[in-house]
Design a protein around this ligand. Structure first.
Ligand code: 5GP
Length: 113
């Protein structure tokens, strides 16, 4: 499988504005932000889609959720933010390395578009 853009960011082959890193995940600003805060959090393990995650990924997935909440708090948006996971092309996924969008700083409609 060809390396995704996010794997290249993890390996520092291309630059990104990194806001958090630990042994399980990396978080960085989206290159085309859709909100005043638009950060992506990705597992270091190359899971293509949420649908491809297994029970053995439960620790990293839980860790990413808790880390997303901490990042939103640290960025000053702890009271109102939205987490989005696009799974599959039909849902808008364009980079096939699992990621959670962390969005904040503007009103969000429901249901999402
Ligand atoms: P998806 O559509 O797969 O849910 O989200 C992929 C996201 O990755 C998009 O919001 C897009 O703007 C972002 N993205 C694509 N290429 C790059 C890149 O090279 N650097 C960064 N920081 N974000 C990227």
């Amino acid at each position: 499988m060809a390396k995704t853009i996010f794997a290249k960011i993890i390996d520092r082959e291309i630059p990104a504005k990194i806001v958090h890193e630990d042994d399980l995940c990396l978080a960085f600003h989206d290159v085309a932000p859709r909100a005043p805060m638009h950060i992506l959090i990705v597992p270091k393990k190359p899971i293509a889609r949420l649908a491809d995650a297994t029970a053995e990924d439960r620790t990293v997935l839980g860790h990413m959720m808790l880390t997303a909440a901490k990042i939103a708090r640290d960025q000053g948006y702890g009271d109102a933010y939205r987490l989005v996971v696009n799974n599959g092309e039909g849902a808008g996924q364009t980079v096939f390395h699992l990621h959670i969008h962390i969005l904040g700083g503007r009103p969000f409609t429901w249901p999402p578009g």
